[in-house]
Design a binder for this molecule. Structure first.
Ligand SMILES: Nc1ncnc2c1ncn2[C@@H]1O[C@H](COP(=O)(O)OP(=O)(O)OP(=O)(O)O)[C@@H](O)[C@H]1O
Length: 291
């Protein structure tokens, strides 16, 4: 019985492998990045990460491990106190139209309709007036909101608002989509629907996505890679490729075994007694999957 369980566990973890070093040019390159806030909290220490075009990378880790700080460095919202962040070999020195940051809040203009919100974003991105409406309608349809074009945000549910926000982000077609726990405020069922929707859209577009979450199931549902971070100081401890076919299902046994493994790892990196032990690993070392 125990052997059978162990065999199943090992078999499931075959789908989770250390990320291979690629010779392909990285879309996003994070090299030896440090970040300390004004209050001296070291949010990131020696973070190295390469993201390739078309990858869906989930930054996973317990609260306070620097996931959002790293995402904001990619967005150009903050400048690292050490190291560099580049996109297409160009050093990031501030926000740019090639990157779009999405948050938990849908952040829609309340006085504008769904269509108006999308058209406004397209205008801000310089899309010609003659193309805006058709493009906005196309993306409203992609997030299954046809029929709600003329609805105001306050008449929509939380999940619907998030779908508008997603449509707006995709319509503006940034090269990289940066998502900071975008579904964190939604109820469990709506969250699953949003994950399924995002995945189906991603399968069509293969956009480069960096997605912050502390939910292991969400990371495994969506990611082609899961990058596990640890706190005090914030650093990367594992960088794993997820080899499960898409679309994925939360019912999948392998996915659940992998989630159990990642949850254990997360507990370990979050344990106060383990912080010194893990600090000695250093995020600059190659991450490993030691099972
Ligand atoms: N504006 C700030 N000023 C000072 N310290 C900050 C600030 N923002 C974050 N921190 C600290 O930096 C560390 C990393 O925070 P960050 O928000 O990046 O972590 P996180 O992994 O995204 O956490 P969570 O999942 O809770 O959002 C934490 O210790 C946090 O308290």
């Amino acid at each position: 019985m125990f052997r059978a369980l162990l065999a199943r566990w090992k078999n499931s973890l075959k789908h989770l492998r250390p990320t291979r070093v690629s010779t392909e040019r990285a879309k996003i390159a994070v090299a030896q990045v440090d970040y300390a806030y004004a209050n001296k909290v070291v949010a990131l220490r020696n973070v190295n990460l390469n993201v390739h075009s078309g990858e869906f990378v989930c930054l996973l880790g317990p609260s306070g491990c620097g996931k959002s700080t790293l995402l904001y460095a990619l967005a150009g919202q903050l400048v690292p106190t050490g190291g560099t962040v580049s996109i297409d070999d160009q050093r990031i020195r501030g926000p740019g139209p090639d990157r779009l940051l999405m948050f938990q809040e849908a952040a829609l203009f309340p006085w504008m309709t769904v269509l108006g919100n999308l058209q406004f974003a397209l205008a801000a991105r310089g899309v010609p007036r003659s193309e805006r409406k058709a493009r906005a309608l196309e993306f409203i349809q992609r997030v299954h909101l046809s029929g709600f074009e003329n609805t105001l945000p306050h008449q929509l549910s939380g999940g619907m608002k998030m779908r508008v926000s997603l449509a707006r982000a995709l319509a503006t077609d940034p090269a990289v989509l940066l998502m900071d726990e975008p579904f964190g405020a939604l109820d469990a069922q709506t969250r699953i629907h949003m994950q399924e929707l995002l995945q189906s859209i991603w399968l069509r577009t293969r956009k480069t996505v960096v997605f912050v979450t502390h939910d292991v199931h969400e990371a495994l549902m969506l990611g082609t890679r899961v990058v596990l971070m640890a706190p005090r100081p914030g650093r990367i401890v594992k960088d794993l490729e997820v080899h499960l076919p898409m679309p994925r299902s939360l019912e999948d046994r392998s996915l659940n075994e992998m989630a159990r493994y990642l949850r254990m790892e997360m507990r370990q990196v979050d344990a106060p007694t383990s912080s010194s032990e893990f600090a000695s690993l250093g995020s600059g070392e190659p991450a490993s999957l030691d099972h």
